[in-house]
Write a protein that binds this ligand. Structure first.
Ligand code: PMT
Length: 409
């Protein structure tokens, strides 16, 4: 039996050439004995027929909000309540705009307003349309409103353009659905696991100024730290999220504290860590900063320049070294070789309760990726969390952390 067996998945198809791939997606879902219902916009029917989707899903396709026969069979409110998850694939620029505006001018957008099920949007459109400011704005707002956005992929498009905007392949969408349903199961099984718990998380990169226009930084996107913050909120915790400059929507209910430099992150971390039960250092902190920050832009005058750097304070070590109000302290280790050895050395040297090691030399995980894999070490024990979306990985990691936090009390 698969995690998708007997689940109710509603596939919303909007108008785009990628709609033809939905037949394959539904077939793959049916392989898992998933209950699938399909809703199509009128534009979608120009790309794939309702009859095809009915044949592969085994259910009549709904496409009309005002059809008395369809309403009598399974009304739109009933359909909205039936779904465990709604996946809009392909999600055209038009449907994204209408969903973001909260419109209810066809069956699909009405269902989206009427459901309390999680909703995933799988964008597919021409690369120029995807990059258009209105689409960028809509996607950012939808993400902030807790819609899941899967993709798009890069590559050659039906129109001949090359760029971002291709719909993910059915197999990739299926994998996202499996991870999403697993995360939903985990959240319902332990919704209040972190009730009455305060968690402080550091996320993203720091920036060390060289002059008014330049800085030293790294490739951290903040995705892992933001996913941890969301997982903690979903599990009922109060969350302080101390983050460097990141381009991500922040979890709505987190106490978000924006910083730039390692020193600023250090100062905020110590204030909040002392009032927290758990501290998680996920940020990629610059180990060194320039000794002098030039008042004016440094001029290009010589062929070589020498930069004098000084060590930044070690934030997670400072938290772990607190003698009063010390939280359960978890570090991360980003390594490219001898991952286990270096991670364990860091845990010992920084006196951490736990360390989460990621091999950042592997393509498709680690820095600025949607996925990651972790090896978690504590005392003389360890567990492996295999490669998964950062959302689902964060939920699994929080359960491991919570268990060891309870054991240490
Ligand atoms: O942000 P993403 O793009 O999603 O990528 C996630 C990630 C790869 C950044 C994340 O998973 C990760 O590995 N974070 C730690 C990165 C890092 O800087 O590791 P490190 O091995 O250099 O540092 C070890 C630990 O000490 C970390 O917990 C770090 O936050 C902490 N540290 C480091 C230096 C410093 N001055 N103060 C610190 O607290």
């Amino acid at each position: 039996m698969s995690v998708l067996t007997n689940r109710n998945i509603l596939i919303g198809i909007s108008g785009g050439i990628a709609a033809y791939k939905c037949a394959e997606l539904v077939r793959r879902l049916k392989d898992h004995q998933t209950n699938v219902r399909v809703v199509m916009t009128s534009a979608a029917k120009s790309f794939i027929t309702p009859l095809t989707m009915q044949a592969v899903s085994g259910n009549p396709v709904a496409d009309d909000l005002l059809d008395p026969a369809a309403e009598a069979a399974m009304g739109h409110i009933e359909l909205a309540k039936w779904a465990d998850l709604i996946v809009v694939a392909p999600a055209s620029a038009d449907v994204l705009a209408r969903i973001n505006a909260g419109m209810a001018n066809d069956l699909l957008t009405t269902l989206i307003l009427a459901t309390d099920a999680p909703i995933a949007l799988v964008p597919a459109m021409n690369q120029q349309m995807y990059k258009a400011p209105a689409t960028v704005h809509n996607l950012a707002q939808l993400q902030q409103k807790q819609f899941h956005i899967w993709g798009p992929a890069q590559g050659e498009q039906a129109c001949g353009d090359i760029g971002p905007g291709r719909m993910l392949e059915p197999a990739e969408i299926l994998e996202h659905i499996q991870q999403q349903i697993t995360a939903q199961d985990e959240a319902t099984q332990s919704p209040q696991l972190l009730a009455n718990t305060t968690v402080t998380i550091t996320a993203g990169p720091t920036r060390e100024a060289l002059d008014p226009v330049r800085y030293i930084s790294n490739h951290s996107s903040g995705k892992m730290g933001v996913a941890l913050a969301q997982a903690c909120l979903d599990l009922g915790a109060q969350v302080n999220l101390i983050h460097g400059p990141i381009q991500l929507p922040l979890p709505v209910n987190a106490n978000a504290i924006a910083i730039e430099s390692a020193q600023q992150m250090h100062d905020e971390a110590l204030i909040h860590a002392k009032q927290s039960d758990i501290f998680i250092a996920c940020a990629a902190v610059a180990d060194y900063r320039p000794v002098d920050i030039a008042d004016q832009k440094i001029k290009k005058s010589t062929d070589e320049i020498t930069l004098r750097m000084v060590k930044n304070p070690d934030i997670v070590a400072a938290v772990a070294g607190l003698t009063e109000h010390r939280p359960f302290t978890v570090g991360f280790a980003a390594e490219t070789q001898d991952v286990e050895k270096y991670a364990k050395d860091k845990m010992k040297r920084k006196k951490l309760d736990m360390i989460c090691a990621n091999d950042v030399s592997i393509a498709g995980q680690g820095f600025n990726s949607d996925n990651n894999a972790l090896n978690v070490f504590w005392q003389n024990e360890h567990c492996s969390l295999p490669c998964a979306s950062k959302t689902s990985l964060a939920m699994s990691l929080m359960k491991v952390i919570k268990q060891q936090f309870d054991n240490q009390k």
